[in-house]
Design a protein around this ligand. Structure first.
Ligand code: PHE
Length: 357
């Protein structure tokens, strides 16, 4: 009796040790599992976790574990089962992330160069113009490119029969003779004046449209920056001083300016302004056609009627305005011979302005 129970105890102990060893080995095995594809992973699942799998078999053996050992061995088997599940799930996830491909990534290989875009030369020049005027106290104003006749022409004192309204210059929006593509950004000046009382000090950059045949020297659209200053005691001298400061910032310290009388319906007096040639510094060269001067903008004192048409008392306030073509300024800075280059988006041309970005 004594002997039999001792033998029984010994066998039970041996069984328990065998179970623990088996769990230990399986755990070590499971932790090292590897798989190349979904089939491998499925095979592993079958091997360990399916009905006939090794861990399931272990759970069947568990039934014969004596009551005193059930708790300890039960916990260990559970840990093993969870671990196997976790490792197999992990393998599945890694496989999904690599999109099922067998990857062989060489992390020492040099990366592909990333092509960075560059700013368009007209954007660079426009930003520069706006920057200079914002340092002089002007703020930015923008408006729509599709406009009505009032803001482009009528409010700017263009007579009903002014040639600029002619079909040859203006693009009309079909079936709406009143709706047009703006031919200048003066329309933005009008929009600001009708809703703001002086002091007004703005620059209006933007694209404008004119019905012209496309060539190296003309295009059906181009870009302008116009400026407007309305306040009490504004004089033509103020205008000249601001434009001189602008020209020297834009083209260099030694730049000279000169004004020539001109005509615009919205300014009186009106002038065209030249800067000393940026290439020959006024000596005379092929760019300035020997004159030493380059025309860059139109300007003048805002016509009192324009102030009145836009709701500003012309007996109290005066103003000056100016307007320049961005392409023109860009040409003078970078000597671009053909206007069409600005809108063709040839990357070989655009890349030349990388350094100016
Ligand atoms: N609006 C004029 C043009 O498009 C430019 C300009 C603006 C001239 C303001 C004088 C004053 O040509």
């Amino acid at each position: 009796m004594f002997c039999a129970s001792k033998k029984n105890l010994y066998l039970r102990r041996k069984f328990e040790i065998m179970m623990l060893e088996k769990i230990q080995n399986l755990l070590a095995e499971v932790e090292q599992l590897k798989a190349k594809n979904a089939e491998d992973i499925e095979a592993l699942r079958i091997k360990y976790l399916s009905k006939k799998g090794e861990i399931t078999a272990l759970m069947n053996d568990f039934r014969s574990v004596p009551a005193e050992q059930k708790k300890e061995i039960g916990i260990k088997i559970n840990e093993l089962k969870n671990k196997a599940q976790e490792v197999i799930n992990g393998l599945r996830q890694t496989l999904q992330q690599s999109d099922g491909e067998e990857t062989n990534i060489d992390i020492t290989r040099t990366a592909y160069p990333v092509e960075l875009g560059t700013r368009h030369p007209l954007t660079i020049v426009k930003n520069e113009i706006v920057d200079i005027f914002s340092r002089l106290g002007f703020s930015l104003a923008e408006g729509p490119e599709v406009e009505d006749d009032w803001h482009v022409f009528s409010s700017m004192n263009f007579a009903e029969d002014h040639p600029a309204r002619d079909m040859q210059d203006t693009f009309f929006v079909e079936a709406h003779p009143d709706i047009i593509l703006r031919t200048h950004t003066s329309s933005v000046q009008s929009r600001v004046m009708e809703r703001t009382q002086p002091p007004i000090r703005i620059v209006c950059p933007g694209r404008v449209y004119r019905n012209e045949a496309i060539s190296a020297r003309a295009h059906c659209f181009f870009h302008q920056v116009e400026g407007l200053y309305v306040d009490t005691d504004v004089s033509f001298t103020d205008l000249m001083q601001v434009l001189l400061l602008f020209s020297r910032e834009m083209f260099g310290e030694d730049t000279q300016i000169r004004m020539r009388p001109s005509y615009f319906p919205f300014t009186e007096p009106s002038a065209e302004m030249d800067v000393s040639c940026t290439l020959c510094k006024g000596k005379g060269c092929s760019m300035c056609k020997g004159s030493g001067w380059l025309e860059i903008l139109g300007c003048g004192m805002v016509h009192p009627r324009v102030l009145e048409l836009n709701g500003i008392d012309s007996t109290k306030y005066k103003g000056y305005a100016f307007g320049m073509g961005v392409e023109r300024i860009a040409n003078l800075k970078y000597q671009v011979k053909d206007l069409r280059l600005f809108s063709e988006n040839d990357v070989r041309f655009l890349k030349e302005f990388e350094a100016a970005n």
